[in-house]
Design a protein around this ligand. Structure first.
Ligand code: NAD
Ligand code: ZN
Length: 360
């Protein structure tokens, strides 16, 4: 048995207002005294001077506003890389992603593709990246995905939705400033927060579980319970705790895997473009048979926060569309093996998945 030797985020700052330190933190990383930093910023912050006035632009640094309306695509990564190469004669000093999972994943992928030849789609998979990425920094503005700590960047390509999983993917620096999550709309707070909760449930109930994953998973689970079920927390406390829950949830799946909800939600996302957080919620709501306690807790949280999930998403779909979703879901073998065990193929048949999708 050979154990994986994982890289981690090498530096992290935590604290309300710590975003103010971004300029000081990146300054020593500037190459050739003036090679630019490229800031990829969620366009929800356009015109929000509270955030934008604190982005430390100097020399030829460039700020690109990016919509998080759609999840990152391999073609979008390729376009950004081309644009950056065409616009700057120096290779950038670094990429700084400021936003949710969508923007963080884009920042990681762009940092990798600036030093690796060809197209992003060629690197979807495990350990296909050959050359270290350029310096990259993640600044989450919504909590739950764990993208800020993870070793993957999830991209939708022409053939599949699959991450670039590599030792070069994790951020070199993360800035955890819970104040940045101030403007997150309530429904989105719930969906992305539930991504973290579902990471915990899938990790803690998986066959890949080990003490490493369990220790992180249990902590994140406990924090989620407090945040989503305990009304006595102040908003600032809840923000701080959710940011740390996201971190721990991400660490928990590093050494294990996610499970049924993620496999099926990838199918929804690939066919219908359903976003990760809400897609996981839509699927998880129907997974009592796999995760009885997790789903009942989820339903209680949903009720407490008065969240109405979309219904009938798959109502009008044709058989060939169900097939597309089922193919995507079934292709994620490690997720099923974690969720069900080595004999998962006996339980998870195409008709089983179809009947589950039909409920959604
Ligand atoms: P997101 O980045 O898609 O953002 C969701 C919405 O919240 C967007 O409309 C965005 O503009 C808005 N938003 C973000 N911060 C805000 C703020 N402070 N104020 C107001 N609005 C704000 O959401 P997400 O759930 O964080 O990320 C989902 C993505 O993360 C998916 O693409 C998914 O594949 C990816 N993901 C990656 C990993 C990983 O390990 N790499 C893990 C899980 C999910
Ligand atoms: Zn997730």
């Amino acid at each position: 048995m050979s154990y994986k030797n994982y890289p981690m985020v090498s530096r992290v700052v935590f604290g309300r207002g710590s975003f103010n330190q971004l300029g000081d933190i990146i300054a020593p990383k500037r190459l050739n005294t003036k090679a630019p930093f490229i800031f990829l910023v969620d366009d929800v912050f356009k015109g929000n001077s509270e955030i934008t006035s604190r982005i430390p632009l100097a020399y030829d640094d460039q700020l690109l506003y990016i919509s998080a309306e759609n999840e990152p695509k391999t073609s979008q990564v390729d376009e950004l890389v081309e644009q950056i190469i065409l616009n700057h004669k120096d290779r950038p000093s670094g990429i700084i992603g400021i936003g949710g999972g969508t923007i963080l994943d884009l920042a990681k992928a762009v940092a990798i593709m600036l030093t690796n030849e060809g197209e992003a789609k060629n690197y979807q998979g495990w350990d296909l990246v050959k050359t270290p990425a350029i310096y990259h920094v993640g600044v989450p503005t919504i909590s739950g995905t764990g993208s800020e700590v993870s070793r993957t960047t999830v991209l939708t390509g022409p053939e599949k939705k699959l991450g670039i999983n590599s030792d070069y993917t994790p951020f070199d620096q993360v800035i955890l400033d819970p104040e940045l999550t101030n403007g997150v709309p309530k429904d989105q707070w719930f969906y992305t927060g539930m991504d973290c909760f579902i990471h915990c449930i899938e990790s803690l109930n998986g066959t890949y579980l080990n003490a490493f994953s369990q220790s992180y998973g249990e902590k994140a689970y406990e924090l989620c319970k407090e945040i989503f079920m305990d009304a006595s927390l102040t908003q600032a406390e809840a923000q701080d705790k959710l940011m740390m829950a996201s971190w721990h949830g991400g660490m928990s799946i590093a050494y294990s895997q996610v499970g049924v909800a993620h496999a099926m939600s990838y199918g929804l996302s690939y066919l219908l473009g359903t976003k990760h957080g809400i897609g996981n919620c839509i699927v998880f709501d129907h997974l009592e048979e796999f995760y009885p306690e997790g789903v009942s807790m989820f339903k209680a949280m949903k009720k407490k926060h008065n969240i109405q999930l979309p219904q009938g998403l798959c109502a009008g779909l044709h058989d060939d569309e169900f097939d597309i979703m089922i193919n995507v879901a079934l292709s994620l073998e490690p997720l099923w093996e974690n969720a069900i065990g080595k004999t998962w193929k006996q339980v998870i048949t195409r008709s089983k998945l179809k009947s589950l999708y039909q409920k959604m």
